[in-house]
Every structure is written in structure tokens, then in C-alpha cells.
Write a protein that binds this ligand. Structure first.
Ligand code: SF4
Ligand code: F3S
Length: 112
């Protein structure tokens, strides 16, 4: 199994998760992060760190497409190991639905 980042992260991108991951398996897009499923060791410590509940174990149902998205973009976006500054308007997007369709960006982030 692995953990995956879901749409709640989009445009929130708080990055508390990267600080606790023991294997540095987060990858940075322009407005969200993803987890590399083959690098995640399923420790679960990142899940409670996310303020918007955007990290889920892939054992939950209905996350297949998120697993695919995490895998796809973890292979092209840069690795991120240090928490950066969240978007200034991050709070505005907390709890919003349909963020994948409205805001997802395939562009890479800067990485650290
Ligand atoms: Fe990293 Fe553990 Fe979270 Fe996987 S579950 S992304 S290894 S902190
Ligand atoms: Fe995203 Fe939550 Fe991490 S908003 S960047 S998964 S702390």
C-alpha cells in the first residue's frame, strides 16, 4: 500500500507533510504535492499533519485515480524535502470541492 495526496491539497499546499516524511517521497507541483507510491513506506506520520486532510491511505475506496495521478506526477515533478511558504490565499481554498477540475496544474513546482 501507499499513502496518496488528494484534491484537498490543490491551492492549499501547506507542506507540513514534507517535514515529517522519513524517506522524502513528496514531489512538488505548481499548486499541490504528490507522494511517490514506490518510495512511501506507509508509516502514516504525514496523514495527521495535513491541516486539510489531503493525505489518505490507498486502502480507502475510490482513490484509484488519485493513486495514478500521484504516481504519474511523482515521476516528473521535483522532490521536495523542506517546507516552503504556502500560497498567500491558501485558506480561501480549504474545503472547496471540484478543485481537480477547476485548478489542477500539471506544471512542476520548484522543489527543494
Ligand atoms: Fe512519507 Fe510516511 Fe507519509 Fe509515506 S506515509 S509519504 S513514508 S510520511
Ligand atoms: Fe498538501 Fe496537506 Fe501537504 S495541503 S502540501 S498534503 S500538508
Amino acid at each position: 500500500m501507499t499513502y496518496v495526496v488528494i484534491d484537498a491539497c490543490i491551492r492549499c499546499k501547506f507542506m507540513d507533510c514534507v517535514e515529517v516524511c522519513p524517506v522524502d517521497c513528496f514531489y512538488e507541483g505548481e499548486n499541490m504535492l504528490v507522494i511517490h507510491p514506490d518510495e512511501c513506506i506507509d508509516c502514516g506520520v504525514c496523514e495527521p499533519e495535513c491541516p486539510v486532510d489531503a493525505i489518505k491511505p490507498d486502502t480507502e475506496s475510490g482513490l484509484e485515480s488519485w493513486l495514478e495521478l500521484n504516481r504519474k506526477f511523482a515521476e516528473t515533478w521535483p522532490n521536495i524535502t523542506v517546507k516552503g511558504t504556502p500560497p498567500a490565499d491558501a485558506k480561501q481554498f480549504e474545503g472547496e470541492t471540484g478543485k481537480l477540475e477547476k485548478y489542477f496544474s500539471a506544471n512542476p513546482g520548484e522543489g527543494t
